[in-house]
Write a protein that binds this ligand. Structure first.
Ligand code: ATP
Ligand code: MG
Length: 284
């Protein structure tokens, strides 16, 4: 660990801090996630899980994780440096011109994870990187799990469990919140829908005016299927609006598959381009 020099802070999370670091010998840049041991009683399980998922993904063409170090007080996880911006930071720069490409890539990346039988479990703008080369990559696999018993045993990755309610309250699916998840992948699709919504609106689909009452409002939303997400207050194509509402359907069985999402979004791209060309509208 002493062979890394800290250059700057890349981000802060609930527990950890992520730094841009330089390998003193090779001069190569990496990202280093520093996780204190004392703040979270489950930190050992979560960190081991994050490392094992990193190793498993690396072996299967989704590489990001590099190495880790453990001291008395901290874990240090070394990842590839993904030069760019997480989507929370990038949100104000999202326009009709770049939105569809970003959304399609997000769905494609999630499809890669799902085909490797990994449920991300914490999809939100902060955990998705848009790199300077225009590519999207998911990060932060601390809460991720697999519903596949063989993968879970072989790679020591935590098994998906309907009792697991981890994830950000603003993006978590209703069934997960109620500990009734039966299709873990569809729960990720709900979070992807919430993320699309947040990236367009810079706001969450459901929100209380009083943040402390968010849970109550959220449960209220769950109990009444007639309460739908807040309407979009800016122009987006109706079919995109419908797609996002479908992804946010309270019944997981009504949510579209990733194939359907990708094919819908691809159609919008071509029709929107045609429309923008006709109207000569240019986004800045
Ligand atoms: N490999 C990376 N390259 C560049 N920036 C990164 C990388 N990994 C993380 N970041 C930045 O650091 C932020 C926090 O990273 P990450 O989501 O992995 O940890 P975290 O949210 O702090 O974890 P937790 O909340 O579980 O403690 C990200 O939102 C992103 O801005
Ligand atoms: Mg994070």
């Amino acid at each position: 660990m002493d062979n890394y020099e800290i250059i700057e802070t890349l981000g802060y999370g609930a527990f950890s801090t992520v730094y841009l670091v330089k390998d003193k010998i090779s001069n190569k840049l990496y990202s280093m996630k520093k996780i204190p041991k004392h703040k979270d009683p489950n930190i050992h399980i979560k960190t081991t899980n994050q490392i094992n998922i990193g190793l498993y993904l690396n072996q299967n063409g989704y590489d990001n994780y590099i190495d880790h170090y453990v001291t008395e007080t901290h874990y240090y996880l070394i990842f590839k440096y993904l030069q760019g911006s997480d989507l929370f930071t990038y949100q104000p720069k999202i326009t009709h011109n770049n939105m569809f490409d970003i959304f399609i890539q997000m769905a494609e990346e999630l499809q890669k994870l799902h085909s490797l039988k990994i449920v991300h479990n914490d999809i939100k703008p902060e955990n998705i990187m848009l790199m300077v080369n225009g590519k999207i990559q998911f990060i932060d696999f601390e809460l991720s799990r697999t519903p596949d018993v063989n993968i879970s045993q072989k790679y020591e990755i935590r098994l998906s469990n309907e009792q697991d309610v981890s994830g950000s309250i603003y993006y978590i699916s209703p069934e997960k919140y109620q500990k009734k998840t039966s299709d873990f992948y569809k729960s990720d699709i709900y979070s992807l829908g919430s993320t699309y919504y947040a990236l367009i609106m810079a706001d969450f689909p459901y929100q209380s005016n009083d943040k402390l009452k968010y849970d109550t409002v959220y449960l209220h939303n769950l109990s009444d299927p007639n309460i739908v997400p807040k309407p979009f207050d800016q122009y987006i194509p109706l079919s995109l609006e419908q797609l996002i509402y479908q992804m946010l359907d309270k019944n997981y069985q009504n949510r579209p598959t990733l194939d359907e999402i990708i094919s819908h979004l691809s159609k919008f791209t071509s029709s929107l381009n045609q429309m923008l060309n006709k109207l000569s509208i240019t986004d800045t």
